[in-house]
Design a protein around this ligand. Structure first.
Ligand SMILES: Nc1ncnc2c1ncn2[C@@H]1O[C@H](COP(=O)(O)OP(=O)(O)OP(=O)(O)O)[C@@H](O)[C@H]1O
Ligand SMILES: [Mg+2]
Length: 500
């Protein structure tokens, strides 16, 4: 077998914790090889080793049959190995084009901006995206950042392309374009390593699947030999039960009432009610304005207008802090940009919103530490040590920490934007159970998700947003994929039952 790259007995130690325990496998040249495993299994760590971002503690890495020792991602790129990061690795203050060409600026000493912009535009067009290359990355949405990250890697002439959850933030259409491109690259002889928690995608795309559990290889098989369900079982090492808990019943008490909310450029005249015990879903295509609607509600978008009542009381929310004090919290879809302070340790990340609980009047670090230990247990946050920066957690575990952080304030209304993005199947189920428990205890939960199956499985009621307006409402007995898609794409529109 000709391997494009091969891991031989690779270990990786962070401080006192070994996270990779002698990993050995080869990546067949010219194939799409998937790497799957639970949050924290070591997938990204292994890929950063192959991409030159960090050295292994011991073991050997071969590229094209030759042992290599990379000291930087540049070394790896020189051998044709390029990594697309899971957590974006873009410079916020640079433009799209400057990011795509970072480190290899065109035009020598005098940068040729016009040429760079044209080349960047072409690189994006290849992905079926039209995006102004002169925009600063800071202002882009999460899916746009993802596409820039992919365009950046593709413009680097990779022979081995590593994609760490490239579709976590993409729409179905963007995913299809990306898959066509991956298949085309494969036909041109490029080897692709593909990490994803979307096992249906893995099944559709990969030639081979390697499963990693707790830092060790469990198995490598042809993708055709495994169903997504079998992949999931291998990842967690046991038979998984049903994904979704029973849907509860909403009570009568009104927790949140939003009336005539408009967010300039995004949402128009939105009116809805959330009741105690209810799990209410917001469906729609990516870009329909759901995230912006809630950002407007929380005072994060200027000039938003509308009336808001929380538990019957009229409130004006000027910031997420205001909202949290009034009993409404929001989990951002952009966990790195807006959710967590990734350079800070886990403890301040958990308690920053509730510091007053730990000050009597001086801060009590021991109580804080206690709270962190409890959160780690309650939410199943997997981390070798607790005294590390949030950036040291795996992607899915960062998501759990973000969730723990907003629930620390014991809110009545919880808005979760893409709560399971980047989360493995087992942990996903735990988050679903948590949502159900919150609703059963009388809280109201709103879920915004691009995974339709998640909304259908979890929510008692769905509101569908299209181009910034509510265009449909479906109760538990009426919701199915077909219906939602018809509303979301504009094939169907109905007056809302729910009015003021
Ligand atoms: N710089 C670091 N310092 C300390 N621990 C780290 C560091 N980077 C990763 N780890 C730990 O290594 C383990 C593996 O993390 P990794 O990011 O490789 O997981 P993953 O398989 O990619 O998970 P996910 O599906 O959540 O992305 C985790 O326990 C993580 O906390
Ligand atoms: Mg990862």
């Amino acid at each position: 077998m000709q391997y494009a790259a091969e891991f031989r007995n690779i270990t990786k130690v962070f401080g006192p914790v070994e996270v990779l325990h002698g990993v050995s496998f080869g990546i067949p040249a010219g194939e799409v090889q998937a790497l799957i495993g639970e949050n924290g299994a070591g997938k990204s760590t292994l890929m950063k080793i192959l991409g030159g971002y960090q050295p292994p503690t011991s073991g050997e890495l071969l590229v094209g049959g030759q042992p290599v020792r990379f000291h930087s991602s540049r070394d790896a790129e020189a051998q044709g190995v390029v990594l697309i990061h899971q957590e974006f690795n873009l410079a916020d203050d640079l433009t799209v084009a400057q990011n795509i060409f970072l480190g290899r600026e065109l035009g020598g000493a005098l940068l040729d901006d016009a040429a760079m912009n044209r080349a960047a535009e072409a690189a994006l067009a290849r992905l079926g995206v039209s995006l102004d290359p002169r925009l600063r990355v800071r202002g882009l949405s999460v899916p746009q950042k993802q596409l820039v990250e992919i365009a950046k890697a593709l413009s680097r002439d990779a022979r081995i392309l590593i994609m760490d959850e490239p579709t976590a933030a993409l729409t179905v259409r963007e995913t299809e374009v990306l898959f066509d491109l991956i298949r085309k690259l494969r036909s041109e002889g490029v080897t692709i390593l593909y990490i994803s928690h979307k096992l249906e995608e893995v099944k559709a795309l990969a030639d081979t699947v390697t499963v990693l559990r707790d830092g060790a290889v469990v198995s490598t098989d042809p993708a055709s030999a495994l169903t997504p369900h079998e992949m999931a079982n291998r990842m967690v090492g046991r038979e998984l039960e049903d994904m979704f808990p029973d849907k509860g019943q909403a009570g009568a008490e009104e927790l949140l009432h939003v009336e005539h909310l408009s967010v300039p450029g995004w949402a128009q005249d939105i009116t809805f009610t959330l009741r105690a015990g209810e799990v209410l879903g917001f469906a729609g295509l990516v870009g329909a304005g759901r995230t912006e609607l809630f950002e407007g509600l929380l005072g994060l978008r200027p000039h938003s207008v509308g009336q808001v009542r929380l538990s019957g009381k009229a409130v004006r929310l000027r910031s997420p802090g205001d909202a949290a004090r009034a009993g409404l919290v929001y989990l951002s879809e952009d966990r790195k940009g807006k959710g967590l302070l990734v350079d800070f340790q886990l403890r301040p990340n958990l308690t920053l919103m509730t510091l007053e609980h730990y000050a009597h009047p001086l801060l009590d670090p021991r109580a804080e530490q206690q709270a962190l230990k409890k959160a780690v247990g309650d939410y199943g946050i997997r981390s070798g040590r607790l005294d590390v920066a949030a950036s040291a957690l795996s992607g899915g575990n960062q998501q759990k920490l973000a969730l723990a952080r907003i629930l620390e304030v014991n809110p009545q209304v919880i808005v979760l934007d893409e709560p399971t993005r980047g989360v493995d199947v087992g942990a996903k189920r735990e988050i679903y159970l948590l949502i159900q428990r919150l609703a059963q205890s009388g809280k109201g939960v709103i879920v915004v998700s691009s995974e339709l199956s998640e909304l259908l499985g979890l929510c008692q009621r769905l509101l569908i947003v299209r181009e910034g307006r509510l265009v449909g409402e479906l109760g538990a007995g009426e919701m199915n994929e077909q219906e939602v898609i018809q509303y979301a794409t504009g094939l169907k529109a109905a007056p809302l039952r729910e009015t003021a």
